[in-house]
Design a protein around this ligand. Structure first.
Ligand SMILES: [Zn+2]
Length: 457
């Protein structure tokens, strides 16, 4: 088979399992996954001893561009993604939300030449703009982000407004990502904590309580059952929340549950020491190794359907500038998530195929990016990640490419590392170093009418 490029001698890993095979690339796409030694091409990449996975798909990232570029921008955030094997992202920025078709068109035009990886863009639902959602979907947004509690300056969508939103989205076949914390419980808790004059880090888990998250998830789940909307619960923090999602699925809900490394690996108690550097919401809930074991188990079995970073970076200086109330929410994640998942596979908490499935295939399917993205098969985009399963690395603040410049996982030793990354058959990173050229293009969402992709890109 004549080809532009072949990746030979490696072990191909997909959600279905592992197999020794060569991967043939032609014109930016995968042209065959063939018997070892059967690819005929002038250009080969030797993957002996390496795993070959589909490029990772991270559907929940905030690159703050435009919006809060002092925290992150597309060139830095997408370079971090490329270095760690994330070849597709879906981005949304709270400080500069996409709320109508023109916002999307302007953002796509602005981002031309600013991305190292493929990117989709999500919209924000505003309570007074529900009638415009279908037009946004047809314009090519990937999903609609909903907050059930006022957060980051984004107003709450709850009760009857949430019901009407989900009815509308179900009507035109769209998809939502919901940040679920109860508006009334969080508002009451905040007022009480402020009235007491508290500024210790303990206010975060008290304000953003387990009950507030669980009640909101249950209310959203009921509306999903009632309306038939397709929806993902963002950043599920604990097994209790997973169980609420599983119960709704038994009642017919098309409900996905997103896992993020901070809920698998960080401890609830860390905020007492680390303060603003562990301020994110919902907060970490794990209280011991058995909680972490249970979360990993739920991810391996698929109750937690897919992984994202919820990359929401700030520099340490930005995090530590004010008191705990003033500190921005969020953690950087694009520099570390694939390493943490590969380490979990090397340690036997996940299978290698789970990494492909939960951080490439499932999110691509969920958001209509499949079969071009997240898919190591004939006809898919040649977005490929080569992994050395035996490499040992130490995660360090000084290696972080994100503008954040730090990571909550600093000092952690991990096994299994991304050594080479291809986007559309072109190398975009090697040995953790992203290339300078920004060839990532906008991916119109599944609701886009034919031709939109060309028009916008
Ligand atoms: Zn987020």
């Amino acid at each position: 088979m004549q080809a532009d490029l072949a990746i030979v001698g490696g072990t191909v890993v997909t959600g279905a399992g592992e197999t020794r095979a060569d991967v043939v690339v032609r014109a930016g796409r995968i042209a065959g996954v063939v018997e070892p030694g059967s690819a005929a091409t002038a250009a080969t990449v030797d993957a002996d001893g390496l795993l070959v996975l589909p490029g990772f798909v991270d559907t929940h990232v905030h690159l703050m561009d435009p919006g809060s570029t002092e925290r992150e921008d597309f060139p830095t955030g997408s370079a971090a993604a490329a270095a760690r094997g994330v070849t597709t992202i879906v981005e949304h920025t709270h400080a500069h939300p996409v709320r109508e078709r023109r916002d999307l068109e302007e953002k796509v035009a602005y981002l031309r030449g600013r991305a190292n990886v493929s990117f989709g863009l999500a919209a924000h639902v505003w309570p007074d703009r529900i009638e415009g959602l279908e037009d946004l979907w047809r314009a090519g947004v990937t999903f609609f982000k909903i907050f059930t509690c006022t957060t980051h300056g984004v107003p709450a969508v709850e009760g009857d407004v949430l019901r009407r939103t989900l009815e509308a989205v179900a009507g035109f076949g769209g998809t939502c990502l919901v940040h679920a914390e109860d508006e009334h419980r969080t508002a009451e808790a905040e007022a009480a904590l402020r009235a007491e004059g508290r500024t210790d880090p303990g206010v975060i888990p008290a304000w953003r309580s387990r009950e507030a998250e669980l009640e909101a998830v249950e209310a959203v789940a009921d509306l999903v059952v009632a309306t038939g909307a397709r929806l993902t619960i963002a950043h599920v923090s604990s097994p209790d929340v997973v169980q609420a999602v599983v119960a709704a699925r038994r009642r017919g809900a098309d409900l996905a549950a997103e896992a993020c490394p901070q809920y698998l690996l960080l401890q609830e108690s860390e905020i007492a020491e680390q303060g603003p550097l562990r301020k994110f919401t919902p907060p970490a809930r794990n209280r011991g190794p058995e909680d972490a074991d249970e979360m990993w188990r739920l991810l391996a079995e698929g109750a937690l359907t897919h992984v994202s970073t919820d990359h929401a970076p700030s520099t340490k200086a930005q995090k530590l500038a004010g008191d705990i109330w003033e500190a921005p929410f969020g953690l950087p994640g694009l520099d570390t998530t694939s390493r943490l998942l590969l380490d979990a596979a090397a340690a036997g908490r996940l299978r290698w195929s789970d990494v492909a499935r939960r951080y490439a295939e499932e999110p691509a399917r969920r958001y209509g990016l499949w079969p071009a993205k997240g898919n190591l098969a004939d006809g898919a985009d040649a977005d490929l990640v080569l992994v050395d399963p035996d490499a040992t690395v130490r995660i360090r603040d000084e290696d972080v490419i994100s503008k954040a410049g730090w990571t909550p996982f600093d000092g952690r030793e991990t096994r299994g590392d991304v050594v080479q990354v291809f986007l559309g058959g072109e190398e975009i990173a090697r040995d953790g170093e992203p290339r300078g050229d920004r060839t990532g293009r906008f991916l119109a969402g599944p609701g886009a009418v034919a031709g939109t992709q060309e028009t916008l890109a």
